[in-house]
Design a binder for this molecule. Sequence first.
Ligand code: PXL
Length: 283
Amino acid sequence: MKNSTSGVPKTIAAVHDISCYGRCSMQAVWPVLSHYGHLVCPLPTALLSTHTGGFDHFTFLDLSSEMENILDSWRGEDIRFDAVYSGFLGSARQIGTVLSLIGSQSGALVLVDPVMGDNGEIYKTYTSEMCELMHRLCARADIITPNLTEACLLAGVPYDPQPDDAAVAGLIERLDSLCGKSARTIAVTGIRRGDQIGVACSDTRNGGGRIEYRLAPYCETFFPGCGDLLASVLLAGVLAGRTASDTLGQAVSFISEVSYKTQRLGTPPREGVVFENELYRLI
Ligand code: PXL
């Protein structure tokens, strides 16, 4: 890492799309990481009129070529990042671009959120080629944060919305062997347990791959973008030297609380959770 001192702002390459309506992707990633004082350097993957959840018509501009131009420029300027954080990608070609960014940033913490689908369905812009290549990207990450749908897709097993502890352990084991054996944190999100929801986390970086569950009250309303919030809080926590498990506990409680609050406010669910004026709870 360029800056290992905690408290010093980190420089983060944020490889996400910009969805112009709602609190998904960059609209969630950027405010969270800025709140922690970090410099967010966006490498936009696509420009969409809205995110793809709950909208029938959206525009989609693939920014694959421009990403390569930006990377060339960053290379020419010898710009170094403390972290590379990728999310929604707009094409199979972009997976190669992100791999090359990671390759040029030795020592950077790499968080890959393999954004591919949710609730058992693949996002409309995702191709089977992209799902295939996503393994390679995950294999280069220190931390991966698939939701249950994405974990099943990556592992090549049928989607089960309520896997028991043994099934979750099997899924994580399969992800670990498919995505490479490097030191890594695997956090599978969207795991239901009774009236709670949260994350199953295997943190080989801190203590040997035991699976820990971090859960909070389940809010019935579905708000898109919660995965982006969770991964962003996790990255900020780990960059500050906290364990993944502790930070995930904080992240799931935060998301649960702001989900209930958003429900009470009555804003359209497809706008996502109203988190901006609640960020103070995190630090
Ligand atoms: O929140 C993940 C996400 C990111 N980007 C786009 C999306 C979604 C989820 O629906 O549609 C474009």
